[in-house]
Design a protein around this ligand. Structure first.
Ligand code: THU
Length: 132
């Protein structure tokens, strides 16, 4: 099974596919499944700026659309020095699909990373339970 350093490396690698001509800020994500498969994603921007999708959501939506839901961990990578933490929208999507205690690693491009959990990123997240 891949370790956390390798997952972070995969996220850094995924930045190479980033399409970010407007911000110039390349982000990569790597999502680990229970069976050891890693699904990667990158940010994809648009001339209509609001249509941009973040790297984390690209990876998550790729996995879901392929019928893969057993999510174990997620790494996100961007930034020269400060590890880039997931944006608010991505935190909500992460909390929809990952176990609350799942590890999330956010890294800079040097591979230095911070480890946290889904519930620490978005305590009290709105969820399907709130719809009942
Ligand atoms: N971005 C991500 O891919 N993930 C985040 O969690 C933060 C922001 C992207 C969106 C946009 O393409 C660029 O970073 C600058 O905001």
């Amino acid at each position: 099974m891949i370790n956390k350093e390798q997952l972070v490396r995969a996220a850094i690698q995924a930045r190479q596919s980033s399409y970010a001509p407007y911000s110039g800020f390349a982000v990569g994500a790597a999502l680990l499944l229970q069976n050891g498969i890693v699904i990667c994603g990158c940010n994809i921007e648009n001339a209509s700026y609001g249509l941009t999708i973040c790297a984390e959501r690209t990876a998550i939506f790729k996995a879901i659309s392929e019928g893969k839901r057993d999510f174990v961990a997620l790494a996100v990578a961007a930034g020269e020095n400060t590890p880039t933490s997931p944006c608010g929208a991505c935190r909500q999507v992460i909390s929809e699909f990952f176990p609350k205690g799942a590890p999330i690693y956010y890294a800079n491009v040097k591979g230095e990373f911070i480890e946290t959990t889904v519930s620490s990123l978005l305590p009290g997240a709105f969820s399907r339970e709130d719809l009942k």
